[in-house]
Design a protein around this ligand. Structure first.
Ligand code: PMP
Length: 311
């Protein structure tokens, strides 16, 4: 099943009608921001669960604030139209939701002020983001992560993703599944479009939010879950490149990538070279929660269909 509708210019329309001109400012200069949200199909309950919907729209509005976009919607309204769109699509499979806010005018001027802001959402069925989720082979990129003083890193800015695209393509063309990217200072920042965790001496380590990372929702979820469910503390701090080579375990996390074990960095095995015990436990926990299988965490999910459809 493919995409049939979009929320576009204030209403749900057939996807063919959700078109912008080539003169659109955001198309020319990347002057927009977006979110990536996943919804998981639970076959037993016949329910589609959107994961951390409110948190995604809170970040979305923070991205908008950073790039001077002001939308006439609250977080609650944005959640509402998303559920409405998904109901209209009637998806019964795992789905990716893409909200976009952008500078809609047709003007040949590079600025953010005095331009019309627009908002759109589409959704599409979506499976794995990287093929080898249980054993990714990665390399440290020769590209550096964008710096917060050049392009805001804690906003999901459309134009900024040229950085991710360069990193990803270089990695894949070099035979890797993904890349890890360093900050301008040379610390480990994150993956091309995902956050990174290491396990060392029984603790989780992840780059601090001041290391030019996107402040990931999955990252925050895992810090919380590791403490609550596994009793494992996460240290948020700068990470050196060679810590990647001596870590016991390593993994990427993000809405798209979900949780992907890294089993090789720069042609050196991570730990045993196989998926590690902590990553494996976190993956099991995460997938059961996002699919609405764990009662205690149902409030992290938003059911799309009416309760009568669910068991
Ligand atoms: N970093 C970047 C650059 C990303 O694009 C993403 C995906 N949104 C992430 C990290 C992970 O963030 P989240 O867990 O909120 O999806």
């Amino acid at each position: 099943m493919t995409t049939k509708y979009a929320f576009f210019e204030g209403r749900i329309v057939p996807i063919d009608q959700a078109k912008v001109s080539i003169m659109t400012n955001a198309f020319n200069y990347g002057t927009g921001c977006f979110e990536g949200i996943r919804a998981y199909w639970n076959n037993t309950k016949e329910q589609l669960y959107v994961f951390k919907l409110g948190e995604h729209y809170e970040r979305f509005l923070r991205s908008c604030r950073i790039i001077h976009i002001s939308l006439p919607y609250s977080v609650e309204e944005l959640c509402g139209v998303t559920v409405e769109l998904l109901r209209e699509e009637a998806f019964r499979q795992d789905t990716y939701v893409r909200p976009l806010a952008y500078k809609a005018d047709s003007v040949i001027e590079v600025r953010l002020h005095d331009l019309e802001d627009q908002f759109a959402i589409f959704a599409t069925p979506f499976g794995k983001y990287i093929e080898r989720e249980e054993g990714a082979r990665v390399g440290v990129s020769s590209w550096r992560r964008i710096n917060d003083n050049a392009v805001p890193v804690r906003a999901k800015i459309t134009g900024a993703y040229i950085n991710s695209a360069l990193i990803k393509t270089d990695a894949v063309m070099s035979g890797f599944d993904e890349a890890i990217v360093l900050t301008q200072e040379g610390h480990v920042s994150e993956g091309s479009a995902e956050n990174l965790f290491l396990v060392r001496h029984g603790k989780l380590i992840t780059s601090a939010v001041t290391e030019d990372i996107l402040e990931g929702i999955t990252r925050a979820t895992l810090i919380d879950l590791a403490a609550r469910e596994l009793g494992i503390e996460t240290v948020e701090r700068p990470i050196d490149r060679t810590e990647l080579y001596v870590a016991d375990e390593a993994f990427f996390c993000g809405t798209g990538v979900q949780i992907a074990a890294i089993t090789e960095v720069d042609r050196r095995p991570v730990g045993s070279g196989k998926i590690g015990p902590i990553v494996a436990q976190l993956r099991d926990l995460y997938f059961s929660i996002v699919r609405g299988e764990k009662e205690d965490y149902l409030d992290w999910t938003t059911p799309v269909y009416a309760a009568a459809h669910a068991m």
